[in-house]
Design a protein around this ligand. Structure first.
Ligand code: KG4
Ligand code: ZN
Length: 338
């Protein structure tokens, strides 16, 4: 079907999305099937690891078949299998890794293990064919908050990270306190548009001067204390104001540290990555800050910000081009660092 093109199959199963994509050459995605378990986990208020693994196992073969069909390729057309090896939930990761290994063995083609966080960053290449390193990236997801310098396609230097909760985790926990349900990020994003960001002055945590690390556990407690003390006073709580004020505090710090990292690195490009990069206020703030600083900003479409197989295919292909394939004994590594 795609004669002369290099076909990569990307497999992602690190958390609550089973996703498989087909990539042609470096940046052309021809299918990206995402089977989300959000509706299942929302009953529990968050991802339940055992349930996630069971659903990955039930879904993986069907998702692979659908991705091939949508891309109009057969198994024989695939040149490379790329699979998330970490970070993520152990039981969830092993399902994708086992499926990918079985395919690589049966088809006698190379396999590459992909770092999920590299995938989030590399998602931007799909929308922006002209984008090349070096650039700085703000990676914000349910499990991670990092500022990273990308000096080359496979050269990632972490400048800072969270010392406690990830920003997506803080969104999800605050949403739970406000009774908004799971996942909380999109709900707070929407509700905050109707609220006053100056209604409650939640503390901005900057840590030591010059540090590019983050801490978000304090603000989560701050919101909980505020809600409890208002309830005790018998006052009614304006959820929209709390959501807007929480978001303003978090985004002040995220944007402030990102802009200072860009200033230090001297790179003139910023890539936003990860599930929280779908946040409209974060996007608008960084677009504005970057415009003022004459920095180009690159933001993938929402579907490429949350977990998906396409970003894994792109990162895997880049890794394979520079380093070749991995051995078939690659394993899941739930605590893999960027
Ligand atoms: O990257 P991702 O899909 O999964 C992980 O690798 O963690 O990120 C999921 C996180 C969740 O915490 C979710 O609440 C958050 O991304 N999120 C958002 C938005 N959309 C998703 N947070 C804020 N605003 C959004 N619009
Ligand atoms: Zn992710």
């Amino acid at each position: 079907m795609y004669k002369g093109k290099f076909v990569t199959l990307g497999v992602e199963s690190s958390c609550d999305e089973t996703s498989v994509a087909v990539l042609l050459d470096e940046r052309e995605i021809v299918s990206n099937v995402i089977s989300s378990q959000i509706d299942i986990h929302k009953e529990y208020g968050g991802v339940v690891p055992e349930i996630a693994s069971r659903h990955h196992l039930e879904n993986i073969n069907g998702v692979i078949t659908k991705a091939l069909e949508e891309a109009e390729v057969t198994l024989k057309d695939i040149d490379l299998i790329a699979v998330t090896v970490g970070p993520g939930l152990t039981g969830a990761l092993v399902i994708g890794v086992a499926a990918a290994k079985a395919l690589a063995l049966a088809l006698d083609i190379p396999i590459v293990g992909v770092n999920h966080m590299h995938g989030h960053i590399d998602a931007a290449y799909v929308k922006y064919p002209e984008l090349k390193p070096p650039f700085t990236s703000l990676v914000v997801s349910g499990g991670h908050t990092n500022i990273v310098n990308i000096a080359g396609y496979n050269d990632f230097e972490v400048l800072g990270g969270t010392r406690d909760d990830a920003v997506g985790e803080a969104y999800d926990k605050v949403a739970r306190v406000l009774g908004l349900g799971y996942p909380g990020g999109p709900k707070i994003d929407k509700l905050a548009k109707e609220g006053n960001p100056e209604a409650v002055d939640f503390k901005r945590v900057w840590l030591e001067k010059g540090s590019l690390d983050f801490s978000f556990s304090g603000i989560k407690t701050g919101v909980l204390n505020y809600v409890n003390s208002e309830k005790q006073k018998g006052s009614s709580i304006n959820n929209a104001d709390v959501a807007a004020s929480f978001q303003a505090a978090v985004i002040d710090v995220l944007a402030g540290k990102t802009m200072s990292a860009i200033k230090d690195s001297g790179y003139r490009k910023l890539v936003l990555a990860g599930g929280v990069a779908a946040n409209s206020k974060l996007r608008d703030t960084l677009i504005e800050n970057c415009e003022n600083a004459e920095v180009e900003v690159y933001i993938p479409d929402n579907i490429m910000c949350t977990d998906n197989g396409a970003m894994i295919a792109v990162a895997g292909q880049l890794k394979y081009k520079e380093f070749g394939g991995d051995d078939l004994d690659i394993d899941a590594n739930p605590n893999l660092e960027i």
